[in-house]
Design a protein around this ligand. Structure first.
Ligand SMILES: Nc1ncnc2c1ncn2[C@@H]1O[C@H](COP(=O)(O)OP(=O)(O)OP(=O)(O)O)[C@@H](O)[C@H]1O
Ligand SMILES: [Mg+2]
Ligand SMILES: [Mg+2]
Length: 672
């Protein structure tokens, strides 16, 4: 396949797993063994492993589900007039996938399951009809929520209190053998697209387990990264960050690159590699096979949509797809900053100046900005609220994109993936987004942002929900940091004074002279001090007006510079090299940072169609903007019309309500 990621040729298997040689074959030192033990203990104490009782309960639930689908398939076969022998032979089977199958599910995580049924057991009539009815009537089943029209149709429900996602694959076989192997490509023959996508949940999970050199080390590292991502507020596919499968794939690739490393090392290599990764170069665990069945695979050379992906993380089972298409320029920048923070902390840990607690600190979202958007939703009953929540949550990404677009990228949004509830207001919940001005653009006097129209447009689109019911309401308001409602804080109590002590400032006061110190002090505010985007050069925070994702993504990967790479404490042989697919198939580890960044050296690559900026280009755009400081928005900045955005005159009120998109928004609410 050369260095191209897409191939339909079979080649002799290399002695390593993955599309390139490992970066390092080094094994653990005493320090790594001790640190890994510490990490495992930390994860245990954080309650990130299920207990014995939960594990048994889950197994029982899965056993019950398997019995139920077996009864179901016989029932519908009989109803379709099959003779008794065929009824007895009729079979269906439950497979698990996702974090449960990977062996990394935490407490409260769902169990992802797939029901595989024979050709005569149809999706609409039999699965979403009869099986839904059977489950719905069972006393063990609650919160049943079928989504037959989803991209991957699913039944969500709780069985004995355990959340289940149940997908369906309608195979072309008349009889489903109990030992069915779904890893074979042939299983996808003559099945509908929904079944292909549903089967792929399992096929991807199984492939991941096959493609990592040591499953136990992979699991511990993935548990660590999942806990870390949740604490840092970047665990959510729907919010535009990454979800379970994305984190699994990122970790799996690190495991391939460092096959003999223990989890402690893998965590630090994770941060080092992804701090330097040149997005949108894809992360892949294996070559993207074109296959013989004609399904579209991810390939930005041919598929215009794939070119728009900013942070491609490719699934390893045919048909290979990008699992992280929701990532936007803002969320990519937030994650890049978090990778940098992780990298710095791991380095500080090696110098005994930080510990696992430091790494896992919660992201202080409500201290990070001066301005927020609060999105309140409510409904008439619990069922309606659950549906309404699901819908609104899936639309919030559109609000962030609209705001960024309508303010020409000058106003950026940082979504908080959590939902918050005020206990005194049942059937109500709130979402929040941090707002901040894009860095590097000189502030013009009196410049303000008017996002009323944008908010109206968003609410209008949300209210087009096809299952909308009376009293499914939404309102969007602007809140200043000091007016953030108390119910968002732990225990419902607003902290007296936001803590400004960060792990870096602790280091400074303890006199630790770390290599980043100068940089940290030069920076107006480090991001761990609650102010996002301050440590990236201004160009990296720019959202281009034309929405060109390539330039955005490239500018987000500016950490891959000489200074950064040369300052790495590790030996050269341990450094990751990235060629144009973000990988190092040549095994040449002598290249320096700027060479690694030059993705245009090989026109054959998967991302050859993507212009990737060289370091030089990044540097020069840095020079254009001299303003490194973080300017937060003042309230008035959110109000005055940006003429090109809001041509309609906004009625003046008395007294002038400077933050009045809230009041306008509420007036236009369906509810009012
Ligand atoms: N965006 C996606 N692209 C491809 N496959 C996906 C995507 N989202 C989910 N899946 C499939 O569905 C599975 C379950 O998704 P889910 O969001 O429950 O993640 P998970 O890995 O189980 O993590 P969690 O512990 O958060 O549940 C994934 O492992 C993956 O196979
Ligand atoms: Mg899951
Ligand atoms: Mg799930």
């Amino acid at each position: 396949m050369g260095s191209s990621g897409v191939s339909n040729q079979t080649k002799e298997k290399p002695p390593w797993l993955g599309i390139s040689e490992p970066i390092s074959l080094s094994g653990p030192s005493q320090y790594d063994v001790a640190k890994t033990r510490e990490l495992e203990k930390y994860l245990q104490e954080a309650g990130f492993y299920e207990n014995q009782e939960e594990a048994i309960n889950m197994e029982e639930v899965l056993g019950r589900l398997d019995q139920i689908v077996k009864i179901w398939v016989k029932t519908i076969s009989r109803a379709k007039g099959f003779n008794e022998q065929m009824v007895q032979e009729a079979n269906a089977k439950i497979f698990t996938f996702g974090s449960y199958r990977l062996g990394v599910h935490g407490p409260g995580a769902d169990i992802d399951t797939l029901c595989v049924g024979p050709r005569h057991a149809t999706r609409d009539e039999d699965f979403f009809g009869e099986l839904h009815k059977m489950l719905f009537e069972m006393p063990e089943v609650s919160e049943m929520h079928p989504v037959p029209d989803a991209h991957v149709p699913v039944m969500n429900f709780k069985f004995n209190g355990i959340s289940i996602d149940l997908l369906y694959a309608n195979l072309s076989l008349w009889v489903i053998p109990e030992d069915l192997d779904i890893s074979q490509e042939a299983i996808l023959q003559n099945v509908d697209e929904q079944s292909v996508r549903s089967l792929n949940g399992c096929r991807v999970t199984d492939q991941i387990l096959r493609l990592v050199p040591n499953i136990q080390n992979f699991r511990t590292t993935l548990r660590c990264m999942k806990l870390w991502a949740k604490r840092r507020g970047i665990y959510s596919n729907v919010a535009g960050f990454l979800g379970g499968v994305n984190w699994a794939l990122l970790v799996a690739r690190i495991c391939q690159l460092f096959p003999n490393a223990l989890p402690n090392m893998l965590v630090s290599r994770f941060f080092r590699v992804y701090t330097q990764w040149r997005w949108p170069n894809p992360v892949m665990l294996c070559v993207i096979e074109k296959g013989s069945l004609g399904y579209q695979v991810w390939d930005p050379r041919w598929n215009p949509k794939d070119k728009l992906h900013l942070m491609p993380i490719i699934t390893p089972a045919y048909p290979c797809m990008n699992s992280s298409y929701n990532v936007s320029s803002s969320t990519l920048c937030v994650m890049t900053e978090e990778f940098q923070r992780g990298d710095q902390i791991c380095e500080a840990m090696e110098a005994n100046k930080a510990d696992w607690d430091t790494l896992f600190e919660f992201y202080p979202f409500f201290e990070a900005y001066k301005n927020y958007l609060q999105i309140d939703i409510s409904a008439d009953n619990a069922d309606d609220l659950r549906n309404w929540k699901g819908w609104v949550k899936s639309r919030l990404r559109q609000l962030t994109l609209k705001i960024e677009r309508h303010t020409y990228g000058m106003l950026q949004c940082h979504p908080n993936p959590d939902e918050f509830s005020d206990k005194s207001r049942p059937l109500h919940c709130s979402y929040f987004m941090g707002l901040h001005r894009k860095q590097g653009v000189p502030v013009s006097e009196g410049e303000q942002f008017d996002i009323r129209l944008t908010v109206e447009e968003f609410k209008h689109s949300v209210n087009l929900y096809t299952l909308w019911k009376p009293r499914m309401d939404i309102s969007v308001s602007h809140v200043k940091r000091h007016n953030i409602p108390a119910f968002v804080f732990p225990g419902g109590v607003r902290p007296n004074r936001p803590s400004k002590v960060t792990w870096k400032s602790k280091l400074r006061t303890s006199g630790h002279d770390d290599r980043k110190r100068k940089q940290a002090e030069d920076s107006v505010d480090d991001f761990t001090n609650s102010k996002p985007f301050s440590s990236l050069p201004p160009s990296s925070r720019a959202v281009h007006e034309d929405g060109n994702p390539v330039s955005i993504a490239s500018s987000c990967s500016v950490k891959c510079d000489d200074k950064e790479v040369n300052s790495m404490s590790e030996q050269k042989s341990e450094k990751p090299d990235f060629n144009s697919s973000g990988e190092n198939p040549s095994g040449d580890r002598e290249t320096n940072g700027s060479e690694k960044c030059n993705s245009q050296s090989n026109p054959e690559t998967v991302v050859a169609a993507e212009p990737v900026f060289s370091q030089k280009e990044n540097s020069s755009s840095t020079l254009i903007y001299s303003n490194e400081g973080l300017e937060e928005l003042e309230p008035a900045e959110l109000t005055a019309p940006l003429l090109s955005v809001n041509p309609a005159p906004v009625p003046q009120r008395k007294p002038l309500i400077r933050l009045n998109f809230t009041s306008l928004g509420k007036a236009a609410d369906k509810s009012s």
